[in-house]
Write a protein that binds this ligand. Structure first.
Ligand code: IPE
Ligand code: IPE
Ligand code: MG
Length: 228
């Protein structure tokens, strides 16, 4: 492959699991299961390519409004998926971050996920951030409330950046959304102010290395101007 300018931080809205399943006359949860496999495959590829930060949107604050059976199936699949992937992440020196409000999770799932996060927290390779019970607006409110609690009466943009879940991370260079939907759905609202966007038509379970390379290739041809 010719030299290509890669994003330092790539973020992904993993959308389309339900429609992927529907197309195959399968239950939505089968789509989520296939989605976990696709996620592991894409994370492996990003590690191999030397991406520094990978951030994925797995469950939004609004996704709590789905049918209770779908929500529980997702909790089970996500926590099992993270546990299953832990040895590989450890071997590859990946640091795990969880962005979002895990307090809403059932204890057993929160403990399982927090355990993996803690055990991987000292690693120094790629930073993998999984957004769980995450909303961009809620994150900004959380940041501002923390600033108020610290006694600040006037805040700067930098204060807010430093109080978000992503405090120590650079902003995403590239945001990818699958499934042919052209919207943000409350993802990294503050951080994506100058991100490049790439929309793939395939449903998330079909997003593979080849699709990722197409996104990277498109990104490498973009000219970023930041208003200058
Ligand atoms: C993305 O797929 C996974 C989550 C939002 C949890 P969807 O479940 O949104 O699938 P579609 O968009 O209904 O096809
Ligand atoms: C965004 O997808 C959230 C995740 C991928 C986790 P949704 O399917 O929830 O978003 P909308 O409802 O299409 O905007
Ligand atoms: Mg969706």
């Amino acid at each position: 492959m010719p030299e290509m300018k890669l994003p330092r931080h790539v973020a992904m809205i993993m959308d389309g699991n339900g429609r992927w399943a529907k197309k195959r006359l399968l239950p939505r949860t089968a789509g989520h299961k296939a989605g976990v496999d696709a996620f592991i495959n894409i994370a492996d590829t990003c590690i191999e390519m030397g991406i520094e930060y990978l951030t994925v949107y797995a469950f939004s604050t609004e996704n709590w409004n789905r049918a209770p059976e779908e929500v529980s199936a997702l909790m089970e699949l996500m926590s099992k998926g993270i546990s299953k992937y832990e040895p590989e992440l450890q071997k590859r020196n990946v640091k795990l971050n969880i962005l979002g409000d895990l307090s809403l999770f059932e204890d057993k799932y929160r403990n399982e996920i927090e355990g993996v996060r803690t055990r991987l927290s000292k690693n120094t390779g790629m930073t993998l951030s999984i957004c769980l019970s995450y909303g961009g607006r809620q994150e900004i409110v959380y940041a501002v409330n923390n600033l108020l609690k610290s006694g600040k009466t006037e805040i700067t943009a930098e204060d807010i950046s430093n109080s978000l879940y992503t405090a120590s991370m650079p902003d995403p260079d590239l945001v990818i959304r699958t499934s042919g939907e052209y919207r943000i759905s409350n993802f990294l609202l503050w951080q994506s102010a100058y991100s490049e966007y790439y929309f793939a038509d395939v449903f998330w379970p079909d997003f593979d290395k080849n699709e990722l390379l197409k996104a990277f290739e498109a990104y490498s041809k973009r000219e970023r101007r930041y208003g200058r």
